[in-house]
Design a protein. Structure first.
Ligand SMILES: NC(=O)C1=CN([C@@H]2O[C@H](COP(=O)(O)OP(=O)(O)OC[C@H]3O[C@@H](n4cnc5c(N)ncnc54)[C@H](OP(=O)(O)O)[C@@H]3O)[C@@H](O)[C@H]2O)[C@@H](O)CC1
Ligand SMILES: [K+]
Length: 238
């Protein structure tokens, strides 16, 4: 299957269209995005493991919000998610998502290094399509620790630290970061041409009209699935 990529600028504009023309709220989009992340996590988790520890690392923007939603669904599926949220977004939406997790007794941890040792799976919801430039503290250290650990990673929308257009940084934190799985939301970002691993598409809210406006393909989701596994071809299309 080949799915066209969308630039960071178009992805931001598409989001705006969904909300300003399409009648969607950010809460709704984030709920569906986070639900699809949790489904990819469930799909990838070893079925024989009952007590699955999942560490969800959230950044300060909407990528982090997707992670908070995914953590809630993973808790409802019976896993043991914990959340590392070192730079919390001020938006009241994130605060509400936090309350929802606290009510499910999902811990917000502070000792990242210790938690990394205990986890079976890490969800990278640090940065998505609005990431730019070198990593600012504390995220350089966080990405380095993830990179050095052997824990399998599911990245949300893009591997955090990668330039959305140009892919992994040439040096420093993230230069060798290659998550085991990636879930692109709405459409793949151009950096997927540098990605090798399991690749899913999620965020099942794209309409034909918006897909045509941005020259995108409508993913052929099956049945009630919120995710679709896709592959990479030689031209960097998916
Ligand atoms: N339609 C869809 O597909 C939907 C997509 N959704 C999701 O939204 C995501 C995009 O969210 P977003 O626009 O809020 O930005 P995101 O990538 O989270 O990062 C922004 C934050 O990062 C920070 N920051 C940036 N660079 C940095 C650096 N070098 N070092 C350190 N910090 C840095 C920046 O800080 P600032 O520069 O503003 O100070 C800001 O706080 C998208 O990828 C998808 O996951 C759904 O939720 C909804 C529907
Ligand atoms: K990410």
């Amino acid at each position: 299957m080949a799915l066209k990529a969308i630039s960071a600028k178009d992805a931001a504009s598409l989001d705006k269209d969904l909300m300003e023309i399409g009648g969607w709220s950010l809460d709704q989009l984030m709920e569906l995005a986070g639900l699809s992340v949790s489904q990819a996590g469930k799909y990838l988790a070893a079925p024989e493991l009952q007590d699955y520890n999942v560490l969800v690392v959230c950044g300060p923007g909407n990528n982090g919000g997707d992670g908070l939603v995914a953590a809630r669904h993973l808790a409802q599926y019976g896993y043991n998610p914990s959340v590392y949220y070192p730079k919390q977004g001020k938006n009241e939406l994130y605060q509400r998502l936090k309350v929802q997790l606290e009510n499910l007794c999902v811990p917000f941890i502070t000792d990242f290094e210790a938690e990394l040792q205990k986890t079976d799976f890490l969800v990278d919801a640090i940065f998505g399509f609005s990431f730019g430039g070198p990593l600012r503290a504390p995220f350089g250290e966080i990405v380095s620790q993830i990179e050095k650990s052997s824990v399998p990673v599911l990245s949300v929308d893009a591997p955090s630290s990668w330039d959305i257009q140009a892919g992994p940084p040439k040096e420093g934190p993230g230069a060798t970061f290659m998550p085991k799985a990636l879930i692109s939301l709405t459409a793949p970002k151009p950096c997927v041409q540098y990605y090798r691993g399991r690749h899913f598409i999620g965020g099942r809210f794209l309409t034909r009209t918006i897909a045509e406006k941005y020259g995108l393909d409508l993913p052929q989701y099956q049945g009630i699935d919120q995710i679709l596994e896709v592959g990479v071809d030689a031209e960097g299309r998916l």
